[in-house]
Design a protein around this ligand. Structure first.
Ligand SMILES: C[S@@+](CC[C@H](N)C(=O)[O-])C[C@H]1O[C@@H](n2cnc3c(N)ncnc32)[C@H](O)[C@@H]1O
Length: 319
C-alpha cells in the first residue's frame, strides 16, 4: 500500500484540530479509521440507492457498458478516486475484463481502512499483484498524476471513477485537482446526487428526510465520540444551506453543554450554544452539474439518470 504525503499523521492531526476550532469537520475525517469506516459502510449498505435500488444499480451498469469499446484489446488501469469500499468499482471490473486483456486497479481513498476493504472486494476479480492500493487526500495531492504514472506505465489507458465524491467537496476546490490529474485520452465516470423534479429547492427538500436515519446519525455521532464528546452534549440537526447558488444538505451538532476534548494532546473547547458542522452533501441538477464541470473544462459526453431523478452517472471528458 502506498501512503501519499498528504496523509502524514502530523499534518492530518493539525488539520483536524484547526478545523474543529473553527467549527467545521472536513468530510474526510468522518471516514477515517476502522470504526468510522465500519459505520459508514453500514450507512451505505442500508441507504445507498446503489445498494438498495435495482434501478440505481442499473444506471451504473449502463454507464459501465457505454464506456467500453474504446481501446478494446489494450491494457487499462481503473483508478477509483474516493473508492470507499470499492463496491461500484468491483462491479465495473468484470465488464472491463471482457474487453481488456490486462487490468490494473488503483483503489484510492483518504481512509486506509476503506482502501483495504476495496482491495479485498476487487481481489474477487483481479490477482492481487494487479491491485495497487493508494491512500491519499485528493484535495492535497498536486502530484497525483505523477504518482499514478509511477504505479502503472503512462502508456496505459486510464479510466477514473469519482463516485459519490462531488457532493463531499467544494466544486471549485476538487475540480481543478481532477483536471490536473487527468491527461488526454483518460475517461472519467462520476456520479452525483441530484435534486429530483423541476424546482431545485423543492427537490432538495424532498430528499432531506432520507438523511435523518439511525445509521447516518450513528456514523456522525460516533465521530464525535471518537473525540471524547458524549452524544448527550448536544443535538444533531439536519437542514439545507445555499452556497454560491448550490444547495447542500447539512448536519450540525448543536452543543447544549460546554465540552472540552483533548485531541492529539491539544485542548479543543466546544461551547454551549455553538454548533459544529459535521456533514454536508451537495445536491445538483443535471444542468447545474454540467455548468460546474464546464467551468473547469470538463464536458459531459454521456449520462444515465435514475428513474427517480435522484442520482446520475456521467461520462466526462476534458474539453
Ligand atoms: C460518499 S463516499 C463514496 C465512496 C464510493 N466512491 C461509493 O460511491 O460508494 C466518499 C468517499 O470519499 C473518501 N474521501 C473523503 N474525502 C476525501 C479526500 N479528501 N481524499 C480522498 N478521499 C476522500 C471517503 O473516505 C469515502 O470513502
Amino acid at each position: 500500500m502506498i501512503v501519499h504525503i498528504s496523509h502524514a499523521p502530523a499534518a492530518v492531526q493539525r488539520q483536524l484540530i484547526d478545523s474543529l476550532r473553527i467549527g467545521q469537520v472536513p468530510p474526510k475525517f468522518l471516514y477515517d479509521g476502522e470504526r468510522q469506516t465500519e459505520k459508514w459502510l453500514a450507512v451505505h449498505r442500508a441507504h445507498s440507492p446503489s445498494r438498495t435500488d435495482a434501478g440505481v444499480q442499473s444506471i451504473y451498469d449502463l454507464a459501465f457498458d457505454e464506456s467500453l469499446g474504446q481501446a478494446a484489446g489494450e491494457s487499462v488501469c481503473l483508478v477509483g478516486l474516493g473508492c470507499g469500499g470499492g463496491q461500484k468499482d468491483t462491479r465495473y471490473l468484470p465488464r472491463l475484463k471482457s474487453v481488456h486483456p490486462v487490468i490494473d486497479y488503483v483503489p484510492c481513498d483518504v481512509s486506509e481502512a476503506m482502501v483495504k476493504v476495496a482491495r479485498k472486494a476487487a481481489a474477487a476479480e483481479l490477482p492481487l499483484e494487479r491491485i495497487h492500493p493508494l491512500v491519499c487526500d485528493l484535495a492535497n495531492a498536486p502530484d497525483l498524476g505523477q504518482l499514478l504514472d509511477a504505479i502503472v506505465s503512462p502508456q496505459t489507458k486510464r479510466v477514473f471513477t469519482f463516485f459519490g465524491m462531488i457532493p463531499n467537496f467544494e466544486p471549485d476546490v476538487i475540480l481543478p485537482h481532477l483536471a490536473a490529474t487527468l491527461r488526454d485520452g483518460d475517461l472519467l465516470l462520476l456520479s452525483a446526487n441530484l435534486a429530483p423534479g423541476d424546482d431545485y429547492r423543492r427537490g432538495v427538500e424532498a430528499v432531506l428526510p432520507q438523511y435523518d436515519n439511525a445509521e447516518t446519525c450513528d456514523w456522525l455521532l460516533s465521530f464525535l465520540e471518537g473525540l471524547g464528546v458524549p452524544r448527550t452534549a448536544g443535538q444533531l440537526r439536519f437542514g439545507i444551506e445555499e452556497v454560491d447558488g448550490l444547495l447542500r444538505i447539512i448536519a450540525d451538532f448543536d452543543f447544549v453543554e460546554t465540552h472540552k476534548s483533548s485531541v492529539a494532546g491539544e485542548s479543543v473547547e466546544f461551547a454551549a450554544g455553538h454548533s459544529l458542522r459535521l456533514f454536508f452533501s451537495y445536491r445538483h441538477t443535471e444542468q447545474i452539474l454540467a455548468k460546474c464541470l464546464a467551468k473547469h473544462c470538463f464536458d459531459v459526453v454521456g449520462s444515465q439518470i435514475d428513474f427517480s431523478g435522484e442520482e446520475g452517472v456521467f461520462r466526462v471528458k476534458q474539453a
